[in-house]
Write a protein that binds this ligand. Structure first.
Ligand code: GAR
Length: 205
């Protein structure tokens, strides 16, 4: 990716958007090397969209239920995101799987952050699943999205300890604190240095 202009990010969210906020805040420094050009969601009325609006970033919503098929939704999402000419698409708490057309259009340009240490505990309840299993450490994983559920090549991971008195909420909040730092650090490095994917190996630069 060229260093001469900020890397164009499209961020997709489904909820509170604290990871999005961390990236927006990082982008305020020109030295970070990236700018959020749009924020998209699969639902209305979420804090993630409000965060983008407060920052003056264009937003869009594409709800699966408004389309005749999942494939049609995916094609429309692909075109909508593509219109913003992103260099990198960040799924930050986006609770939908993107489909083949999306991934073919944006090959190796879609990254997702997951609140567990992949390949453990994929899916939508990573912190709860880790707690139920009784692991002593868990964390978050940033990966390049592929066709599977949280199976793509790993860019970065961060580890947090599980406390004896953790519930799902306290554990997820501790994970998210580490996750935001990992996301900001990694997206900045991708923006400034680029990212190379060889099979399952991912390197900055
Ligand atoms: C984050 O912990 C993210 O990893 C998780 O949702 C949270 C969103 O928080 N995503 C998934 O579980 C996807 N499988 P945020 O909306 O405050 O950024």
């Amino acid at each position: 990716m060229p260093a001469s202009r900020p890397t164009r990010l499209v961020v997709l969210v489904s909820g509170a958007g604290t990871n999005l906020q961390a990236v927006i805040d990082a982008c305020a420094d020109p030295a970070y090397g990236a700018t959020v050009v749009a924020v998209g969601a699969d639902r209305d009325g979420i804090e993630g969209l409000a965060r983008a609006e407060r920052a003056g970033i264009p937003t869009f919503v594409r709800r699966v239920g408004d389309f005749t098929s999942r494939g049609h939704w995916d094609l429309t999402l692909t075109d909508t995101v593509g219109a913003f000419e992103p260099d990198l698409i960040v799924l930050a708490g986006f609770m939908k799987l993107v489909g083949t057309p999306f991934l073919e259009r944006f090959t190796a340009k879609v990254v997702n952050t997951h609140p567990a240490l992949c390949p453990s505990f994929p899916g939508t309840s990573g912190p709860a699943d880790a707690l139920a299993y009784g692991v002593k450490v868990t964390g978050a994983t940033l990966f390049v999205v592929d066709e599977g559920v949280d199976t793509g090549p790993i860019i970065a991971q961060t580890v947090v300890e599980v406390a004896d008195d953790d519930d799902v909420e306290s554990l997820h909040e501790r994970i998210k604190t580490a996750e935001r730092a990992m996301l900001v650090d990694s997206v900045g490095r991708i923006a400034r240095e680029g990212m190379t994917v060889f099979g399952r190996q991912v390197r900055f630069g």
